[in-house]
Structure formats: structure tokens, C-alpha cells
Design a protein around this ligand. Structure first.
Ligand SMILES: Nc1nc2c(ncn2[C@@H]2O[C@H](COP(=O)(O)OP(=O)(O)OP(=O)(O)O)[C@@H](O)[C@H]2O)c(=O)[nH]1
Ligand SMILES: [Mg+2]
Ligand SMILES: [Zn+2]
Length: 323
């Protein structure tokens, strides 16, 4: 009886909460297996490991041990291998953390100068989350084929460079910058994040023709994306290079840190942590001797990053609002 099954190690490509596609090396070579979760062990397992609940127990990039019925294309997930890191966000609707990807080398923070409008505060949040997770991040500005004449956009992108982030300019449409982007992602597992409509799926299709990932059209009236991608999934550009596409979300609420810790996870703020007259209890809003406010006046911290900081701080205190 036992010989009818084989135990394999594989990684998750995509899936819902209950049914996941795992890629594993079987006796017949690499296969994509449709997997269900054995029992209800995982909710507890994940919660114990991370000290909190996730509304989805697995994410693309997770390594798992599965039991496969030989010759079949289905299996049961028995256990989760230890994670190197997780990229998550707080899901307000579910009031829980949502895993977007696991075991990641690089976060690609995709934005556009126009269509949909440039939203640097979204980038601030994604970059923050990458820092919290301990994952490298780069800003990727797509749709560079489109005209725009707002110098504030260039100035803000320059500021990301100034504080130490790489900014790559690309166009999924014309192919501009794709070589540089390929160079950056080569040999890594990356996660692609950004608002709906910035062209995440389109960019993947441009990086590897033939993928045929579904792309959406922008809503003309509101100049917004249509939330075309509804589930994270991994694509393999080569055996070593993997990218996880994610659904565009409207609000990115950072996850896994307390408001008081925010200061150490924003690059140009971090060196000032604890230096205010009121130390770590400073709210950086009104206090005399606040080093953050001084740094904003001196131009060491961009005013808009400071505004981002205040709003994220409020989010983390539970006062979530639009940003
Ligand atoms: N002009 C131009 N349009 C682009 C470019 N990249 C993507 N688009 C268009 O932007 C729209 C949205 O692209 P998607 O790839 O579906 O966007 P997404 O980020 O995956 O959106 P969600 O799945 O909803 O999160 C489509 O109409 C694309 O044709 C680009 O480089 N230039
Ligand atoms: Mg998409
Ligand atoms: Zn302060």
C-alpha cells in the first residue's frame, strides 16, 4: 500500500486557501501538483511559528512537503518548511495579515508616472514592508512611453535614489529598460507589487513572451486599474529566476511592526531614532527638540515622506485612513 505514494518537497506556485499548485520533482520529472491541505494543522502551525494569525496559511514561494499518489497529479500538503522571510500586508477587510509571498530575494515596487496617477505614498509603504521583512527592494517606474510633465514626479523619484534605492525606468509596451530589469532579477525570486493598473502582469508578459497572463484595461473615467489579477502566482522566467505577480490593492497597510518601530524601518529616519528630546516616546508632530521635524526643515527628510510617515503611524495605531 505504502508504495502507492511518494513523499516530495516542492514549492508553491499559486493557489487559494485550500487548493494549491505545488511544483515538485517526481519520479517522472518536474510536475505541477494540485494539492489539498492535510487536516487543519496549518492554521495552528503558521500561527505558532509567527505568533499571529494569517488569513491564508501559504503563499507562492513557500516550500512544502507533500504526499503524492504515484502517477496522479494531486497530492496532500503534509508540512511547511521553515521560511527565510515573508512579504505580507495587513488586510483590513479580513482584519488579519495576508501573506503575499514567501522566501523572497527582491521586492519590485512598480509605479507609473501617469495612468494610473503617480502615488509615491504607496511606494513608501511597500518599501517599508520590504524593510520590515528584511528583503531588498527596487523602485520600477513603468509606462515611460507615456508623456507627463509633472516635475514633482521626477523630484520624488530622485529622492528615492538619494535615500539609497535603485530606480529602474521601463516600458512594458516599448521594451525600454527591460534589459536592466532582467539583470536585476536574474537568479532571484522577486515579488511584483503595485497598485492595480500599473502594468505588473503586462511587464511579466513582456519579460517572457508566451506567458499570456491576463491584462486589464484602465477605467477611462477614473484612470484606475480594474483589479484584473485576483490571486498571487509565481512564474518561472528560467529555472533560477522567478517572479511572483500579485493583485493590485488600493490600500497597502504595513504589517508586522508597531507604530513605535516605524522610525527604524524608514531609511533616512532610522539614524535619528531615539535622538529627539523626548526619545522614543516622541510622536514627531509637535514636540520641541524633535530631530525628525528638524530633518524635514533641513531637507534631509522629504516633506512628503514625512507626511507618509505620519499617516502610516496612524494606520499602525489602528486609525486607518486613505493616504
Ligand atoms: N502605455 C503603456 N501601457 C501599459 C504599459 N504597461 C501596461 N500598460 C497597460 O496598463 C493596463 C494595465 O496593465 P496590467 O498589466 O493589467 O496591470 P496590473 O498592474 O497587472 O493590474 P492588476 O492586475 O489589476 O493589479 C493595460 O491596459 C496595459 O496595456 C506600458 O509600459 N505602457
Ligand atoms: Mg495584473
Ligand atoms: Zn521626534
Amino acid at each position: 500500500m505504502k508504495n502507492d505514494t511518494e513523499i516530495l518537497k516542492g514549492f508553491i506556485l499559486r493557489g487559494s486557501r485550500n487548493v494549491l499548485t505545488v511544483k515538485a520533482e517526481t519520479e517522472e520529472g518536474h510536475k505541477e501538483l494540485e494539492c489539498r491541505i492535510k487536516g487543519k494543522v496549518f492554521k495552528g502551525h503558521t500561527a505558532k511559528e509567527n505568533g499571529k494569525d494569517y488569513y491564508n496559511p501559504f503563499a507562492p514561494g513557500d516550500w512544502v512537503i507533500v504526499e503524492r499518489q504515484k502517477k496522479s497529479d494531486s497530492a496532500l500538503i503534509l508540512s511547511l518548511e521553515e521560511r527565510r522571510n515573508i512579504f505580507s500586508r495587513f488586510n483590513q477587510k479580513e482584519a488579519a495579515s495576508q501573506l503575499l509571498a514567501a522566501n523572497i530575494d527582491l521586492v519590485l515596487c512598480l509605479c507609473t508616472p501617469v495612468s494610473p496617477p503617480f502615488r509615491p505614498r504607496f511606494l513608501d509603504r511597500v518599501l517599508l514592508q520590504a524593510d520590515v521583512a528584511g528583503i531588498d527592494a527596487v523602485v520600477v517606474c513603468n509606462k515611460m512611453d507615456l508623456e507627463y510633465d509633472d516635475i514633482d514626479i521626477d523630484e520624488r523619484l530622485e529622492d528615492f535614489k538619494r535615500i539609497g534605492y535603485k530606480v529602474i525606468f521601463v516600458s512594458a509596451k516599448t521594451g525600454e529598460g527591460l534589459k536592466e530589469l532582467s539583470g536585476e532579477t536574474e537568479g532571484k525570486t522577486s515579488v511584483l507589487t503595485g497598485q492595480s493598473g500599473v502594468g505588473k502582469s503586462c511587464l511579466l508578459n513582456a519579460l517572457k513572451p508566451g506567458l499570456n497572463i491576463r491584462e486589464g484595461k484602465l477605467n477611462e473615467k477614473y484612470d484606475r486599474g480594474a483589479h484584473t489579477t485576483t490571486m498571487s502566482f509565481m512564474v518561472e522566467l528560467s529555472p533560477e529566476t522567478r517572479i511572483i505577480d500579485t493583485p493590485g490593492v488600493r490600500l497597502f497597510i504595513p504589517d508586522g511592526l508597531r507604530a513605535e518601530e516605524l522610525i527604524v524601518h524608514m531609511r533616512e529616519f532610522a539614524p535619528l531614532a531615539g535622538k529627539c528630546s523626548f526619545g522614543m516616546s516622541c510622536t514627531h508632530r509637535t514636540e520641541a527638540g524633535c530631530k525628525i521635524m528638524e530633518a524635514v526643515s533641513a531637507g534631509v527628510i522629504h516633506e512628503d515622506r514625512y507626511e507618509s510617515f505620519l499617516r502610516i503611524y496612524d494606520d499602525l495605531k489602528g486609525n486607518i485612513s486613505d493616504y
